[in-house]
Design a protein around this ligand. Structure first.
Ligand code: SME
Length: 160
């Protein structure tokens, strides 16, 4: 991953927003949008070790969508995990220490912190959650949550 020898590449959110906007201009297909967002977000930041979507496929049920990184579990009920908590509450889950989160689902034993955000369509319906895992402890900030939430709203608010 790009970055000087002793420093992490941290997301330039203005550049990320511009790239995602340009790449997704005029597109409304959710899978195409998810694949593009997962790719661009994942490649933008050395902190991000797994980046992807879990889609709402039935009431109370999430199923994996486009992602970058090692394999992720395929199905997550709303009652389980950080993703389920996000889907159940509709609230951002900013987890500095996954071992301290009751019911965390460890798709990789290396994960130390996690950020999960709700994804809504233009009518405000929850269509997915966006999950970012890091092998670094306490890797995510409120600014990350705010910037990525705004980008998700701009992309998926037009999705069909
Ligand atoms: N950690 C998530 C599960 C998804 S894997 O991290 C890709 C959770 O607890 O819901």
């Amino acid at each position: 991953m790009a970055g000087t020898e002793n420093s992490l590449q941290i997301t330039d959110y203005r550049g990320l927003r511009a790239r995602v906007q340009a790449l997704t201009e005029g597109e409304t297909d959710q899978v195409a949008l998810m694949a593009t967002v997962a790719c661009e977000v994942h490649c933008s930041d050395d902190r991000f070790d797994w980046t992807g979507f879990y889609r709402v496929v039935a009431p109370g049920l999430l199923k994996i969508g486009p992602y970058q990184g090692g394999h992720g579990c395929l199905v997550i009920p709303f009652e389980k995990g950080v993703c389920g908590a996000c889907a159940r509450t509709g609230e951002v889950q900013l987890v500095p220490d996954v071992d301290a989160f009751p019911g965390h689902i460890a798709c990789a034993s290396s994960t130390r912190s996690e950020l999960v955000l709700p994804v809504r369509d233009g009518q405000g319906n929850l269509i997915a959650v966006f999950d970012i895992d890091s092998d670094l402890p306490d890797a995510f900030s409120e600014a990350d949550a705010s910037e990525i939430s705004a980008m998700l709203a701009s992309v998926f608010g037009r999705a069909t």
